[in-house]
Design a protein around this ligand. Sequence first.
Ligand code: ADP
Ligand code: MG
Length: 261
Amino acid sequence: MVISVVGAKGGIGKTTVAVNLAVLLAKRHGEKVALVELPGQVSDGGMFLDLTTRHGFLSLTEVPAVDADFLARIMSTHESGVHYLGATSDRPAEELSRTSAATVELAGQVLGALKRRFTAVILDCPVALWPLASYMLRRSHTVVAMATLEDMAVLRSALSLRELLGAAGVDSERVVPVVNRAQRSGALGLEDYTRVTSWEKPMVIPEDARSCAAALNEGVPLVLKSPGAPASQAIARLAREVAERARRVTGATVARSHAAG
Ligand SMILES: Nc1ncnc2c1ncn2[C@@H]1O[C@H](COP(=O)(O)OP(=O)(O)O)[C@@H](O)[C@H]1O
Ligand SMILES: [Mg+2]
């Protein structure tokens, strides 16, 4: 199963959710998990996992053909079992100039190789690099659409995200809308989110700045460091939902291909 965690803005929790979802799918749901940051950003997923990285997705623009063994060699392994590939290495200055070589064709090779080796591929997906993101979203069984209630600009970006998902050919049944950093006393509420985006009943992750910052500063994923924290419990619910949905979709795909002979 391929799961994208996507958002039309930075700083809204894409990486937090992608990392912790990956860890939970590996540890609690028995999946062999690859966590991949797509180009269009400077890597920081390694910080959440305390992993240093010498290669990233953009390193792949320099090899003639990507295969599963090569990918396995350049990915870093976290103690949870999650295999991680950042968008860039820890030294991105030179790599970022290769961004335009991150084509849809390369993305197809990478995703194909990952699907041969892993049962769950989690993509940390900004929308900056289009059509690469569009291609990856179209090939995802589940799309976790991130937003916060911080201000109207974030809500507008969530509406843009909804339109982008439509343009990418992602049907609405595959989308799990998520509101992160929710606060009881915030100026904007879930009714504003639904009014602007037309997404109803999003999954909600509460604001938990202390736990999130402590986890990130230590390089221990939140769901391992503070499993009882409200934000961890919300991400655990999201992991159950995502695992269930992805199984339904992949099950349906298998059933269809059997029916087709
Ligand atoms: N539920 C939350 N409560 C408080 N802080 C959060 C929450 N989720 C994420 N954060 C913090 O917000 C910042 C941005 O999160 P990040 O996952 O890096 O966003 P993105 O990948 O979308 O840029 C980080 O400092 C992270 O610790
Ligand atoms: Mg990020």
